[in-house]
Design a protein around this ligand. Structure first.
Ligand code: ADP
Length: 272
């Protein structure tokens, strides 16, 4: 389109001035960087006072007699504080991943131990909602190369979503299977389900399915974006399947087994 053209005996060149577009793009990138910095500072500032509050509450819980009326209030405060801590930590993780500051520590990880750790983390929530949780592990444990804490975070994020988006008394299942080149962990629930047209969008940052948020435990739409980034950093993938509204959901994380081709990139900062 912009190649020089001969018009009569003259050669005419066309020049497209992209200065304005470049400036606009640079301004957008700048705004994005400032937003990430703001998120990181905000999360830090919010998190700092929470640690001493948590410690203080633990002391009060230990020293208040079990039959005292204050016990119940202290337990409610403790649960709400844990929820706040999870939100703030997720925010901090998103800001760090966006800034390319999250590095995964590769070590030999037992998939059985990692699943057990994440189950332990959500067990109180499972009990509180009266769910039934089934854990299925392979007959022989599988060892992976990965970050122990981050993988446990991936599974407990998915498990706590299963708990959160399933009405009380539901069934939740975490099942590990081993295929040729990979090990997959599927977390399924009998909950509210996800409409087909929204299933890929739920992995986008700050995306929530309308009408899903239980009042007591509203989130920010960060957890699944984090899951996708962290799984990507391990060279794996995560998928969701749901029969639709009211039909439950299954989230499956597949990770390469040692010896499988290495991931193409060490981070997935573009995801979050
Ligand atoms: P949050 O739970 O804080 O909103 P997530 O990123 O973890 O954020 O999840 C994004 C959205 O995906 C949720 O708001 C919810 O609408 C939907 N979702 C996630 N997990 C499930 C599930 N197990 N069942 C039904 N919907 C889910």
């Amino acid at each position: 389109l912009f190649a020089p053209r001969r018009i009569g005996d003259k050669v005419v060149e066309f020049v497209l001035d992209v200065t304005e577009r470049r400036n606009a793009e640079e301004a957008l990138r700048d705004a994005g960087r400032r937003k990430d910095e703001f998120l990181a500072t905000l999360a830090h500032e919010l998190r700092n006072p929470l640690a001493p509050i948590k410690n203080g509450l633990q002391i009060l819980l230990r020293t208040t007699p079990a039959e005292a009326p204050a016990q119940r209030t202290l337990h409610v405060m403790d649960r709400q504080l844990d929820h706040l801590l999870r939100l703030v930590n997720d925010l901090l993780d998103v800001a760090r991943i966006s800034a390319g500051k999250v590095r995964i520590v590769r070590e030999v990880v037992s998939i059985g131990d990692t699943v057990a750790r994440s189950v332990e983390a959500v067990q109180p929530l499972v009990d509180a909602r009266g769910h039934r949780l089934t854990v299925v592990l392979p007959s022989h444990d599988v060892l992976l190369q990965g970050d122990r804490d981050r993988l446990a975070q991936v599974f407990s994020n998915l498990l706590s979503n299963a708990v959160k988006y399933t009405p009380p008394g539901g069934a939740i299942r975490i099942e590990t299977s081993v295929d040729q080149g990979e090990v997959c962990v599927a977390i399924s629930d009998t909950g509210v389900g996800i409409p087909p047209e929204q299933q890929s969008a739920v992995f986008e940052l700050f995306t929530q399915v309308r009408g899903h948020q239980p009042h007591s435990e509203g989130g920010l739409g960060i957890g699944l974006a984090l899951v996708r980034s962290l799984v990507g950093m391990h060279g794996g993938r995560v998928e969701v399947r749901s029969g639709g509204v009211g039909q439950g959901s299954t989230f499956t994380v597949c990770l390469p087994k040692p010896g499988a081709p290495p991931p193409s990139s060490g981070d997935a900062a573009d995801d979050a």
